[in-house]
Design a protein around this ligand. Structure first.
Ligand SMILES: [Zn+2]
Length: 101
């Protein structure tokens, strides 16, 4: 199996307790652009993927790798900023104490 299929989590809008709208959002990793697909009922990942692909998006295996059509079209001049995954309180690296005898 080549990788894990990309999944989209809908933001569900409820009206009177019942889900009325399913919103799938893609966010570009290269610029602040976002795009939203709205459906009146649960949409499969393939459907959502197809929608964004039609609009020129490149969907990565994770939302952190999505690119909008504009960013896809332009050459990548700038290197991606290094996003550290280990941000947060426990991301600090503990260095083994070196004791010189
Ligand atoms: Zn972009």
């Amino acid at each position: 199996m080549p990788g894990i299929a990309r999944q989209f989590e809908p933001q569900i809008t409820r009206t009177g307790g019942a889900p009325s709208k399913y919103r799938f959002t893609a966010r570009c990793s290269g610029c602040p652009k976002t795009d939203t697909y709205e459906a009146g009922r649960p949409a499969g990942d393939e459907l959502v993927k197809g929608y964004f692909k039609e609009r020129g998006w490149l969907l990565g295996r994770d939302r952190a790798y999505d690119l909008c059509s504009a960013c896809l079209a332009k050459p990548r001049e700038a290197q991606q900023p290094q996003l550290s995954n280990d941000a947060g309180p426990k991301g600090r690296q503990r260095r083994p104490s070196l004791q010189v005898a």
